[in-house]
Design a protein around this ligand. Structure first.
Ligand code: APR
Ligand code: PHB
Length: 389
């Protein structure tokens, strides 16, 4: 098989890139290790910035999101008994759309057949070859049969554990990493959300997030020790602890019910630089991870692939290498801003096992500044709704 761009991974990055390239008339083939059903079974965050919404529009996959997505004009932050509402409309005149990443992935998957683009699911042993030349290729096996895909470029959209980043010589890459001493236990339930805005709350027992997927489906998270297992958390224990960490007036409104899904995710900050090596371009989680406290993971991925689609368009349409040569630098600028924001919010809103009294006072003071200074609230709003890519 031969194509212009070989895309490794059919998560949101790979699927969105495939659609954007198709809109620009650029041929592409997606190779995904798992089945389509498996990809759709992963439950992830769901806050879409304006530029992500625009990306889905450009990709022709925004119709259901516009119908079913919930527009949020602000967010609630709680710190023990302090409270602040950050009003996005007032601070920066923008909003965000809450629409689950699973639904984004489904819409992109559904849009793909109309492009005629090939997606190979359950592609095993994907390996990248000759990435330091202008004629790279990818080999893989499907149903035990060996295949070869020749291409002009490779887009590594295969997540943190994918093969693409690992194919770059180690001495070319520099990684930056912070692993946090806790995880998030998430629970999805068909219960009405406790609030019609997202609530991020810090309690001495740990952080809580009240989020939602629709007016009838809620998503809640609790900060838990890294050693905890999902089996340690019955639904009853989860709901009791969630109520305990919320202010009494919110806790009384909480509607509980059986969990549809429960999982624990570790929190990590990670960036690998540069995001391009010769004919290989990394995008999304393959290049960087943020802790979910900033709701930036999917948005960074969507920004990367929009940059990359522009770069390939410039190359194939105008024979200009400016976009592909500037890709890594352009993305990393935005990536680091989101990394800083996600790290700042994680530090602000979690209970750190080893922090001392002084650090706890600093954390509380940082929070109080959101109420005291207009600039602090504005900066938070500006970062939360997202910067241009
Ligand atoms: N070969 C082929 N496919 C692979 C390989 C491989 N060796 N390794 C991984 N993959 C696939 C995975 O199965 C997955 O479907 O690549 C896809 C990567 O998808 P994601 O992990 O969802 O990453 P990305 O598309 O960059 O999306 C970023 O996902 O993790 C969240 O918070 C993150 O919201 C952000 C978004
Ligand atoms: C979610 O709805 O899953 C969600 C929302 C906001 C976050 C993280 C996760 O910051």
């Amino acid at each position: 098989m031969k194509t212009q761009v070989a895309i490794i991974g059919a998560g949101p990055s790979g699927l969105l890139l495939g659609q954007l390239l198709y809109q620009n008339g650029i041929g592409n083939v997606i190779l995904e290790r798992k089945s389509g059903e498996y990809v759709l079974s992963r439950i992830r965050a769901g806050v879409l910035e304006h530029t992500t919404v625009q990306g889905l529009e450009k990709a022709g996959a925004a119709e259901r999101m516009h119908k079913e997505g919930l527009v949020y004009t602000g967010v609630e932050l709680l710190f023990n008994d302090q409270h602040v509402r950050i009003d996005f409309e007032k601070e920066v005149g923008k909003n965000v759309v809450v629409y689950g990443q699973t639904e984004v992935t489904r819409d992109l998957m559904d849009a793909r057949p109309a492009t005629g683009g090939v997606t190979v699911y359950e592609a095993d042993n994907v390996a990248l070859h000759d990435i330091d030349t202008a004629a790279p290729y990818v080999t893989y096996t499907k149903d035990g049969e060996a295949h070869r895909l020749d291409c002009g470029f490779i887009a590594g959209c295969d997540g943190f554990h994918g093969v693409s980043r690992q194919s770059i010589p180690a001495d070319v890459l520099k990684s930056y990493e912070r692993v946090y001493p806790f995880g998030w236990l998430g629970l999805l339930s068909d219960t009405p959300p406790v609030s019609d805005e997202l609530i991020y709350a810090k309690h001495d027992n740990g952080f809580v997030l009240c989020s939602q997927r629709s007016t009838t489906r809620s998503r809640y998270y609790l900060q838990v020790p890294l050693a905890d297992k999902v089996e340690d958390w019955s639904d009853e224990r989860f709901w009791a602890e969630l109520k305990n960490r919320l202010p009494a007036e919110t806790a009384v409104k909480l509607v509980t019910g059986p969990s549809l899904e429960k999982s624990i995710a570790p929190l990590r900050s990670f960036v690998s630089e540069p995001m391009r090596y010769k004919s290989l371009f990394l995008a999304g989680d393959a290049a960087h991870i943020v802790p979910p406290t900033g709701a930036k993971g999917l948005n960074l991925a969507a920004g990367d692939v929009q940059c990359l689609a522009d770069a390939f368009d410039d190359y194939y349409r105008n024979q200009s290498r400016a976009g592909i040569d500037g890709y890594s630098e352009r993305c990393l600028k935005r990536v680091w801003v989101a990394e800083r924001f996600s790290w700042y919010r994680t530090k602000l809103l979690h209970t750190f096992p080893d922090s001392d009294d002084f650090e706890r006072k600093m954390q509380e003071t940082e929070f109080n500044q959101l109420n005291l200074t207009e600039n602090a609230a504005k900066t938070l709003a500006e970062n939360y709704v997202g910067l241009p890519y």
